[in-house]
Design a protein around this ligand. Structure first.
Ligand code: 6CS
Length: 316
């Protein structure tokens, strides 16, 4: 059969690199019985259209990033909370690969006809802006584009900014035409979308990781023979380490390329500056719990606990 796989990112992106390797491994392990067709961003629609498409079974696999999915599944808002994750990305990787929150999340995904296959980090988010940003005061009135998750919108409001939620494909022109002042994305995405060409400052804030989730249409997944489900589990588990290493390398390379190809000014926030943002960001947790309810609260508590435990063993 043919498995269609829709991406929220363009050719050469982290999602594309993941999908290409997924395709290679699935086609090999199925002995050519399964063919995977990849649809990069722009071929099928915006992120929210992709979510509709996969829920209806128009494609079998897709990336569904929490920043776009939270209006449909409030529980995934947890992944957009700022200053939740460890500064040590290996700690985050260890927790995400094996968290007790997965079962709770799966229940929420199933209610929307989705099967959750993997939770993946694409690296630290960075801000680009037409002004320098070092403290929340600098964000006052800044029109910043974010994904539509209420957690994100409330976080940037708490920083003093004025968030706007245009689709990914409209961010470049929005910045170029000065309809918006700023945006937030991982370094690889800033580079491939050309945002650095139309912005003056690149701010490494490390306030949040870009997390995405790999999903399958629920009915499609449930109807697969057991050995196909096992093959999928094996492939997605094997891809965890692969994509973690790839994203680290690609984000590093793309930052170099941004520095070389533009005169954008680079700002790295100090721990003191980050602490100011952290303090303001905490109200978004209340917004999250309000929206995601008891199950959402449990997910947050489990992740918080596991992250802290993983950090503690790291330091010992
Ligand atoms: O900002 C966005 O909307 C998009 N950014 C990335 C890095 N991936 C997908 C998402 O839709």
């Amino acid at each position: 059969g043919t498995w269609r796989f829709a991406l929220e990112e363009i050719d050469g992106s982290i999602q594309d690199i993941y999908a290409e390797e997924f395709k290679r491994r699935i086609e090999e392990r199925s002995g050519g019985e399964v063919t995977v067709e990849i649809y990069p961003y722009g071929t099928l629609g915006t992120s929210s259209q992709l979510t509709e498409l996969i829920r209806e079974g128009g494609v079998q696999f897709a990336f569904a990033s929490p920043g776009h999915l939270a209006p449909t599944i409030p529980e995934v808002g947890v992944f957009s909370l700022h200053f939740l994750f460890s500064d040590d990305t290996r700690v985050n990787q260890r927790v995400l690969g094996n968290t007790r929150a997965t079962a709770l999340l799966q229940a929420a995904y199933s209610e929307q006809n989705l099967q959750l296959l993997s939770v993946i980090s694409e690296g630290w988010m960075a801000w680009t802006a037409n002004r320098s940003i070092e403290t929340p005061t600098d964000m006052q009135g800044l029109e910043i584009r974010t994904m539509p998750s209420p957690v994100l919108v409330e976080t940037y409001r708490a920083y003093g900014a004025d968030p706007a939620t245009l689709p990914y494909a409209q961010v470049y022109s929005g910045l170029e035409l000065e309809q918006i002042d700023a945006q937030v994305n991982p370094l690889f995405a800033i580079e491939e979308m050309g945002f650095h060409e139309v912005q003056d400052y690149l701010i490494l804030a490390r306030s949040a990781q870009f997390i995405t989730t790999l999903v399958a249409n629920d009915a499609f997944y449930e109807d697969l023979p057991e050995e196909r489900q096992a093959m999928l589990d094996e492939v997605t588990n094997g891809l965890r380490r692969y994509i973690f290493e790839q994203q680290a390398e690609i984000n590093r390379r793309r930052l170099e390329s941004i520095k070389q190809s533009s005169d954008i000014k680079l700002i790295r926030l100090s721990d003191e500056q980050r602490a100011m943002f952290r303090e303001r960001s905490l109200v978004a947790r209340d917004v999250y719990i309000e929206q995601a309810g008891e199950r959402g609260k449990q997910i947050l508590n489990v992740l918080d606990e596991e992250l802290r435990a993983a950090e503690a063993t790291r330091k010992r």
